[in-house]
Design a protein around this ligand. Structure first.
Ligand SMILES: *Cc1c(COP(=O)(O)O)cnc(C)c1O
Length: 434
């Protein structure tokens, strides 16, 4: 498989380049050159396949055979060693729980797959590959856990001191092993600036092999198509299925659209956004008009310039009307999100995190405004225990902390304090060369 740039179709690269150098140009991303549908028999018989076997088939379709089947098989078996439950709440309503990975959010799918793929693709040699990640919270821990124990790779996570939640900090700073946490005296933007500066510094580049676990990497997108195919295969060949996706940077939604291009039978996708609703407005008007980002309860979706929008625009030939045939956009504010958390709890006895609650609302809106008689699946992207105070306040119920989280909270914090200053990061990195 070759990958082409969304900005210039004549730019085509191989898998290694697309993964290790994720940005073809400042405002462009790589996409698979073409996505051909898998045969209808595959989709009819997919219900018999376990998750890794299904994942392998899709991975080969989207990435090609460059790595060989055995290598890909090892990657998917190793990356997806956790449950992906499709939980029925009623006959026509299901929740796809994507939070059973080590950091309890769906970013584990992408991060674990990408880490293993990078380890295979990084040129062999004696020196470690140093992966730098700036994080405002969730991405850093998923990426760090994803790379944990992967040979030949060391991860350095930069996070803003005092600006991540207690749970997020515990998840970032207690991993140890080949993962170092750097607590930066500054904001998330400072962390991002430092990472960029390091990646662009020619002297560092000569002495250390540096890479970034950038969120725009096509290797983070591909594995997210697997769970759509998995859920779809469990719902019977004739069901009219709608997936509701809590959407921010739009990686999750784009991966669902990839699965559809692979022939997955689906009635529609719902893009459920909080008040940061750039996609919802694009679908309505055909114009990309980012506004100032607003802070919301579903904070992982507080994105006003979603980078994967370029891929969605590309998939539909920049025709918003065509995109509207597959994707229905709805937006919800915090008040509605809280109400949905309460409603899901009282009506179904189920605790949902604020991101999943937005997805649930999107599905309800689709039923009310587009088509009632569908089998709905909403994606729960984070474990409710990551938002214990909010969940308890809205539902009156306590969330049990999963063992992973209890253990992380009990382990000692290991972080190195760093000034928000490139000189300090540079010194830290140079020390690694010995
Ligand atoms: C990142 C994230 C999202 C948004 O997913 P995108 O792929 O960026 O649209 C939703 N929910 C949670 C919990 C997340 O961490």
């Amino acid at each position: 498989m070759r990958f082409r740039s969304t900005a210039d179709p004549t730019v085509r690269v191989d898998l290694r380049t697309a993964v290790l150098h994720a940005l073809p140009a400042p405002d462009a991303l790589y996409v698979p050159e073409r996505i051909d549908p898998l045969p209808p028999e595959f989709w009819r018989e997919a219900s018999r396949l376990p998750f890794p076997a299904l994942a392998l088939r899709l991975a080969r379709a989207l990435l090609g055979d460059e790595l060989g089947e055995r290598v890909l098989q090892r990657i998917v078996e190793d990356a997806f060693d956790f449950e992906v439950p499709l939980v029925p709440l009623s006959g026509r309503l299901h929740v796809l729980e994507l939070f059973h990975g080590p950091t309890l959010a769906f970013k584990d799918f992408a991060a674990r797959f990408m880490a293993r793929l990078m380890a295979v693709l990084a040129p062999a040699g004696g020196d470690a590959l140093h992966v730098l990640v700036a994080t405002s919270g969730d991405t850093g821990s998923a990426v760090a856990h994803g790379f944990r124990g992967v040979p030949g790779i060391r991860v350095h996570v930069l996070y803003p001191a005092g600006r991540v939640s207690r749970i997020q900090e515990a998840q970032l700073t207690t991993i140890g092993d080949n993962v170092a946490a750097l607590e930066v005296d500054g904001t998330f933007d400072d962390c991002q600036r430092l990472v960029k500066a390091a990646l662009l510094d020619p002297d560092l580049g000569r002495r250390l092999r540096l890479a970034s676990a950038n969120s725009v990497n096509v290797a983070r997108l591909v594995p997210q198509s697997f769970y759509y195919a998995w859920a779809r295969s469990r719902l019977g060949p004739d069901a009219s299925v709608v997936f509701a996706v809590p959407s921010g940077n739009l990686g999750n939604l784009t991966a669902g659209l990839f699965a559809q291009r692979l022939g997955m039978p689906v009635r529609a996708f719902v893009a459920a956004q909080n008040v940061n609703d750039t996609l919802v407005r694009y679908l309505a008007t055909g114009r990309v008009e980012p506004r100032e980002t607003a802070a919301t309860l579903s904070n992982a979706m507080d994105v006003s310039r979603p980078s994967n929008l370029a891929r969605i625009v590309d998939l539909y030939g920049a025709d918003a009307a065509r995109a509207r045939a597959d994707v229905h956009g709805f937006r919800f504010d915090d008040e509605q999100t809280r109400a949905a958390m309460r409603e899901v709890s009282t009506r179904y006895g189920y605790l949902v995190d604020p991101h999943g609650a937005v997805a649930y609302l999107g599905l309800e809106s689709f039923r009310a405004q587009v088509e009632r008689d569908v089998v709905g699946v909403f994606l729960a992207t984070a474990h409710p225990a990551k938002f214990p105070e909010l969940v308890e306040r809205e539902t009156g119920r306590r969330v049990e902390l999963p063992p992973e989280l209890r253990e992380a909270l009990a382990r000692p914090k290991q972080a190195r304090r760093l000034a928000a200053d490139f000189g300090a990061l540079r010194e830290y990195l140079l020390d690694l060369c010995g």
